[in-house]
Design a protein around this ligand. Structure first.
Ligand code: AMP
Ligand code: ZN
Length: 111
């Protein structure tokens, strides 16, 4: 998707504060954090939202969820964290490339 901002971040065309990268996934800090630690995990492959996933995305979805607690602990959220997946306009999604928010570390309760 040539006009997708997260595809451009995944391709290195737009900078990010990287938390993790492997062959399939990228994690980076949110530019408008709602908590002291707030990053998101995305698949490098474009898929618009959770509602657009199918069996072909089963492995990538599993990998994202398994990566979340590992990265959260590395960033000091070993005591716990929150995960959010906004899906579709009615779910408050603004960027239509699947992403899992991971945040915590105090501050106002965002939801
Ligand atoms: P949503 O689609 O509602 O789940 O939220 C999209 C999130 O992407 C928001 O929290 C934005 O702050 C974040 N965001 C948008 N552009 C960037 C960017 N270039 N780098 C990091 N985070 C971004
Ligand atoms: Zn994309």
């Amino acid at each position: 998707m040539s006009d997708c901002i997260f595809c451009k971040i995944a391709a290195g065309e737009i900078p990010c504060r990287k938390v993790h990268e492997d062959d399939e996934l990228l994690a980076f800090h949110d530019i408008r954090p709602v908590a002291p630690v707030h990053f998101m995990i995305i698949p490098k492959v474009h898929v618009a939202s959770l509602a657009d996933c199918d069996e072909a995305h089963r492995d990538i979805l599993g990998r994202i969820l398994l990566l979340a607690p590992r990265l959260a602990a590395e960033l000091g959220l070993g005591n716990g964290f929150r995960t959010v997946i906004n899906t579709g306009p009615g779910g408050g999604q603004e960027v239509f490339h699947l992403h899992v928010h991971v945040f915590g570390g105090g501050g106002p309760r965002p939801l």
